[in-house]
Design a protein around this ligand. Structure first.
Ligand code: RAT
Ligand code: ZN
Length: 416
C-alpha cells in the first residue's frame, strides 16, 4: 500500500533510517585481537583529538606539559574545561554526552567518576557486542597500516578475523613519504631503492600484493594533501600509476582517496594538529577518465570541493563519493552536503562514514548522522509525493539500505 500522507511518510522514513543496519565504510577501529589499539571508554572519548584541539582554545599550558600528563589527567582537564566551565555544545563534546546517554548513564549528574566505574566493569569483548548492537552497525571498515610496527606485528603473528571488521589497506607512507618508506621496504626484503627503477616498481607491486593477500582488504586507501595532483612529475604520481592502480585492478578493489588534509599545521597538537585545504577536482576527473577500469572512492575535506565532486560523480561511474569527512562531520554541513548530493546523485552515494577512533563513537556519530540524513530524505520524498508519485514503504527501505550499506558493497564488488 502506498504511503498515504506526509505523516505516514515521516514515520516510514524515520523507522527505515532508525532500523537500517549500517556498513561503516571508514573507521579507525580494530578487531579485539589488536588489543590496546582498539580504544574504548570515557577517558578515550574525552581525549579524542577533536576535543584536544578544542581544549587548547582555553588553556595556556605548554603543549608538552599536556602530552606528559596521563590519559586520565588529560580527560579530567578536558571534562573540567569543555564540559563544566563551558557548555559542551560543539559537535565533538555533544557526542560524548550522546554516548553516555544512550548507554543509560545519567548525563544530568555530570559525574565523571561514575562514568569511569561503568566502563571499569566491562570487558572489551562484551563492550564490542554492546556497541554494535546499540549503534545498529553491522560491520565497520578498519584503517590498516602495514607500516605501523604494532599493527604489522599483529597481522604477521596473531590476527584473528572477526566478520564485523573488514580490512582496508592504508598506504599513506608509501605515497606521501617515499624518501623514508623505501628503507623500510628494503629492510623487509623487497629489492627497492629510492630511485623508481623498474625493479623497484615491480617490488612495490609485490609488497602491495602481499599485503592485499594477507589483509583481504575491501579497498586500498590514502589521505592526500590539497596539493595532490595527477598526472604530475612526482614520486607519488609514478607510484600511483605504476603500482597502486595496477594492484587495485588485479584485486578488483577501489582506491579510496581522502583529499584535502594539511598535515601538522600546528605540530604541538600532534594528531589534533592537521587542517584543511581545497583540493583539485581536475585530478579526480583525470584519474577517473584515464583509468576507467579502476574504481575510486573519494571524499574531500574542504566544503568548497563538495559541489564539483558531486558533479564529477555524475560523469564517472567508476567514482563513488563517500562520507562527510572529519571537519565536515557536523550537522549543519552534513545536512547541506547530503541535500546537494541527493539532488545531484539520487540514491547513488555513500552519504556518511563515522571515522570513529573510539569504539563508543559509533553510537553518537551514527545517531547524529541518522537524524540529519532522515530529515533530508523526508524532504526529498515529500517533494516527490507532491508530483503525484506514489511511494511504497518497501521502496523507502530499499533506498535506505543502499545508502547505508549496499551501495558500498555493490561498488566494491563491481567489475569494470
Ligand atoms: O578524522 C580523523 O580522525 C582524522 O584524524 C583522520 O584519521 C582521517 O580521518 C584519516 O583517516 O586520515
Ligand atoms: Zn579517518
Amino acid at each position: 500500500m502506498p504511503i498515504a500522507d506526509v505523516k505516514e511518510l515521516r514515520a516510514a522514513v524515520d523507522a527505515a533510517v532508525e532500523q537500517v543496519e549500517i556498513t561503516d565504510v571508514h573507521t579507525h577501529l580494530y578487531t579485539p585481537c589488536f588489543g590496546d589499539m582498539l580504544l574504548w571508554g570515557v577517558d578515550e572519548l574525552l581525549t579524542y583529538h577533536y576535543l584536544v584541539a578544542e581544549v587548547f582554545r582555553w588553556i595556556d599550558m605548554p603543549y608538552d606539559e599536556f602530552w606528559s600528563m596521563s590519559k586520565k589527567e588529560q580527560a579530567d582537564l578536558i571534562w573540567k574545561t569543555l564540559f563544566l566551565e563551558n557548555s559542551p555544545y560543539s559537535e565533538a563534546c555533544r557526542g560524548v554526552l550522546t554516548v553516555l546517554n544512550k548507554l543509560g548513564l545519567d548525563v544530568a549528574k555530570r559525574d565523571l567518576e561514575a562514568y569511569r566505574q561503568y566502563f571499569a566493569g566491562k570487558t572489551m569483548e562484551e563492550y564490542v557486542d554492546q556497541v554494535f548492537e546499540l549503534s545498529r552497525v553491522k560491520e565497520v571498515v578498519m584503517t590498516n597500516d602495514p607500516f605501523d610496527d604494532n599493527e604489522r606485528k599483529v597481522w604477521l603473528e596473531s590476527y584473528k578475523a572477526d566478520p564485523r571488521f573488514k580490512a582496508a589497506l592504508r598506504i599513506d607512507p608509501l605515497l606521501n613519504t617515499w624518501d623514508q618508506t623505501w628503507i623500510k621496504l628494503k629492510e623487509w626484503g623487497y629489492d627497492v631503492e629510492e630511485e623508481l627503477s623498474q625493479t623497484t616498481l615491480k617490488e612495490v607491486r609485490r609488497f602491495l600484493s602481499d599485503w592485499a593477500n594477507r589483509m583481504q582488504p575491501v579497498y586500498m586507501a590514502v589521505s592526500l594533501p590539497p596539493t595532490f595532483a595527477f598526472p604530475e612529475n612526482s614520486t607519488r604520481a609514478v607510484l600511483i600509476e605504476e603500482c597502486v592502480l595496477p594492484v587495485c585492478r588485479e584485486f578488483n578493489i577501489p582506491l579510496a582517496m581522502m583529499i584535502g588534509v594539511k598535515k601538522l599545521v600546528n605540530p604541538g597538537l600532534k594528531l589534533a594538529g592537521d587542517s584543511v585545504g581545497k583540493g583539485s577536482i581536475e585530478t579526480v576527473e583525470y584519474l577517473c577518465a584515464n583509468h576507467p577500469y579502476n574504481k575510486f572512492m573519494v571524499t574531500m575535506l574542504s566544503r568548497e570541493n563538495q559541489h564539483e565532486l558531486s558533479v564529477a560523480a555524475r560523469k564517472f561511474r567508476n567514482l563513488m563519493v563517500f562520507g562527510c569527512w572529519w571537519f565536515l562531520n557536523n550537522p549543519s554541513l552534513v545536512d547541506e552536503m547530503t541535500r546537494m548530493r541527493f539532488e545531484l546523485l539520487g540514491v547513488s552515494v555513500i552519504p556518511q562514514h563515522s571515522d570513529a577512533r573510539v569504539l563508543d563513537q559509533l553510537i553518537y556519530k551514527w545517531a547524529h548522522s541518522r537524524k540529519v540524513i532522515a530529515d533530508v530524505l523526508f524532504d526529498k520524498y515529500r517533494d516527490l509525493m507532491e508530483t503525484g508519485w506514489q511511494l511504497e514503504e518497501s521502496e523507502i527501505r530499499r533506498d535506505v539500505h543502499k545508502l547505508f550499506s549496499q551501495n558500498f558493497w555493490d561498488f566494491v564488488n563491481k567489475k569494470l
